[in-house]
Design a protein around this ligand. Structure first.
Ligand code: NAD
Length: 382
């Protein structure tokens, strides 16, 4: 029987520090009967050195080994590798990662021309069985935590209320927009640091979760239109609804020290929740962290990876926060992949059963035949 061969590439996207497999998950893959090949240098930025991988049982290979690339059955990655690597893979090789498929025509062309199969973790259905494979959640959790730390460190005030010999200082007021996975972790972290936290989301279902963390929920505007949700995600709100929401948020933001923006609708441009007029009301020294910046931003004027000071307000475009916690981000991400891939290993190969809801939902290409055309055609963000 042949052993399925897994390849772990060194990530090529600038700024990427994570890796798709750690020595821990490699041992588990070997236990399932796989061979694991790790590209030299992979994992280094996340704290995993070549010797750790070799000790775990992986084979470390040099970047140019075309012969090996032709023989692998699956490539586990964080971001899609470049065409130079993809073009060396054999027909039917399976690519698994955060492939950023929405509106991504170059990924579509590359999967077609190289006749590859691909599982995009962004499209895993949000069902109970998928939770341990849910990389969006494991990474969003880190982003929410780090967003609050970033805000606390950029703010010109304390987060907690402090009673000192020089008198009392009031706690910071933090407004969090969007209470999904990142937002909830941002709330929990801000509460731990002692801030007073207000939260806006358009899904009324999250009110209870927000309040259980000790934060105050700002109810969505009372309009006939209810964007609400589909499959656990928010639906896109109309411009009329967003205008009402901005009006409602104006007062909260004028008193805020920090705004953390996490509001998103998958595959769509992020809702614009903070406009210029609202920023004008924020006090100099306050901070806005925009986690939705790569999807167009919740806040006017934010740019990916940049801090812009506008009339004394710091606007931080936090596009890659999981990369700033690369060790734990990789540990959790690699476990997500292990959980997704393990059941696919059968009799020496990877079997992709499209009757399985998880595979059906996330398989965007089968031997180069594109599935979920609507995802590639989405107005997306790529
Ligand atoms: P997301 O990143 O797509 O969006 C973040 C948040 O932004 C969401 O809560 C959304 O309602 C909110 N939002 C959208 N438009 C907004 C607006 N105009 N104003 C304010 N907020 C707005 O969401 P996510 O973090 O991926 O999570 C979405 C939901 O899925 C959550 O309820 C989460 O708990 C749930 N979930 C379920 C599973 C599972 O069952 N397997 C796994 C992970 C997450």
């Amino acid at each position: 029987m042949t052993l399925p061969r897994l390849l772990i590439p060194r990530e090529s996207l600038p700024g990427e520090t994570r890796v798709a497999a750690t020595p821990e998950t490699i041992k588990k893959f070997l236990g399932l009967g796989c061979h694991v090949h790790v590209q030299e240098g992979a994992g280094l930025l996340a704290g995993f050195i070549k010797e750790d991988y070799i000790k775990a049982g992986a084979e470390v290979f040099a970047a140019e080994d075309s012969n090996l690339l032709r023989q692998v059955d699956a490539v586990l990655c964080v971001n899609s590798p470049q065409q130079a690597l993809l073009s060396k893979l054999s027909k039917g090789t399976l690519l698994v990662g955060l492939l950023a498929p929405y509106g991504n025509s170059s990924l579509e062309a590359s999967l077609k021309s190289n006749q590859l199969s691909a599982l995009a973790l962004e499209l895993l259905p949000r069902i109970s069985r998928a939770q341990s494979s849910d990389a969006l959640s494991s990474q969003a959790n880190i982003a929410g935590y780090k967003a609050t730390l970033l805000a606390a460190s950029a703010l010109d005030r304390y987060f907690p209320m402090l009673m000192t010999a020089a008198g009392t200082v009031q706690p910071a007021k933090v407004v969090i927009l969007g209470a999904g996975v990142a937002g909830l972790q941002a709330i929990a972290t801000a509460k731990r640091l002692g801030a007073v936290v207000y939260v806006s989301d358009i899904r009324p279902a999250v009110k209870e979760q927000v309040e259980s963390l000790g934060a105050r929920f700002i109810n969505p505007p009372e309009l006939e239109e209810k964007p609400n949700e589909a499959g656990g995600y928010a639906r896109q709100a109309s411009e009329l609804f967003l205008a009402a929401q901005r009006k409602q948020l104006m007062e909260q933001l004028s008193e805020a020290d920090v705004a953390i923006c996490t509001a998103q609708v998958p595959g769509k441009k992020a809702p614009r929740l903070l406009n210029e007029e609202m920023l004008d009301q924020m006090r100099p020294g306050s901070v806005v962290i925009d986690l939705a910046v790569s999807q167009g931003g919740n806040c006017f004027g934010t740019k990916p990876g940049e801090t812009i000071v506008r009339k004394g307000v710091r606007l931080i475009g936090a596009s890659d926060l999981p990369c700033s916690v690369p060790n734990h981000a990789s540990v959790l991400y690699s476990r997500n992949l292990l959980s997704l891939i393990s059941p696919l290993v059968k009799d020496g190969e990877f079997i992709l059963d499209t009757n399985d809801e998880m595979i059906d939902g996330s398989l965007i290409s089968e031997n180069g035949v594109i599935r979920h055309e609507n995802v590639f055609n989405a107005g997306g963000t790529n």
